[in-house]
Design a protein around this ligand. Sequence first.
Ligand SMILES: [Zn+2]
Length: 72
Amino acid sequence: MVTLTRAHVQLPPNQIALKCPLCEEQFHLHYTEDEWHRVNTMIQSAQKALREDHKTRHKNDAVEMKWNPLRP
Ligand SMILES: [Zn+2]
C-alpha cells in the first residue's frame, strides 16, 4: 500500500531542506522572494557546493555557494 500524507512539520517559506549527496548531513537552502524562479538551478548549485563542503567534513555551518545567476 502506498500513502502520501501531509507532513505536520512545515518548513518556513523560502527554505528547502537539502541533504548532502555524500552523507547524512542536513542543510537548509534559504532564498529570497525574488529568487523563487531560480530554485531549481539553486538546488543544483547547492548540491555541488555540498559535495565540495563534504571534503572538509562540513566544519562550517554556512556553505559557500559559487552561485552564478547569469548561467542558464
Ligand atoms: Zn557530506
